[in-house]
Design a protein around this ligand. Structure first.
Ligand SMILES: [Zn+2]
Ligand SMILES: [Zn+2]
Ligand SMILES: [Zn+2]
Length: 100
């Protein structure tokens, strides 16, 4: 699965978010590509990041094990497949990435 972004590493860290736990990639509803973060998306596209529906199947990517996750799995705040923790501060940007 290709993860787009600026200076993205193999686990989906980017120039904006690059702590140990910044490993989630999210899909834009408009271009259907996975981005390391919305800032990367907005800098590389001529449209703003479009949120995906919360209950849409598996549109969150764990950058550590490359497994697609549902929103419910993502909300565990760790990956149920590889147990890698996610950054809890992602919640601040909830409305950018997800809509009901
Ligand atoms: Zn897009
Ligand atoms: Zn970024
Ligand atoms: Zn994982």
């Amino acid at each position: 699965m290709k993860i787009y972004g600026i200076k993205v590493d193999s686990q989906s860290r980017c120039i904006h978010y690059h702590t140990k736990n910044d490993i989630v990639a999210l899909m834009c509803q408009q271009c259907h590509k996975f981005y390391a973060c919305y800032k990367c998306h907005d800098e590389l596209n001529n449209h703003k990041f479009k949120p995906v529906k919360i209950n849409q199947a598996k549109n969150i990517l764990c950058g550590n094990c490359q497994t697609l996750l549902t929103y419910t799995q993502y909300k565990l705040n760790y990956c149920p497949y590889c147990q890698h923790r996610f950054n809890p501060k992602c919640i601040i940007h909830q409305s950018i990435y997800f809509k009901n």
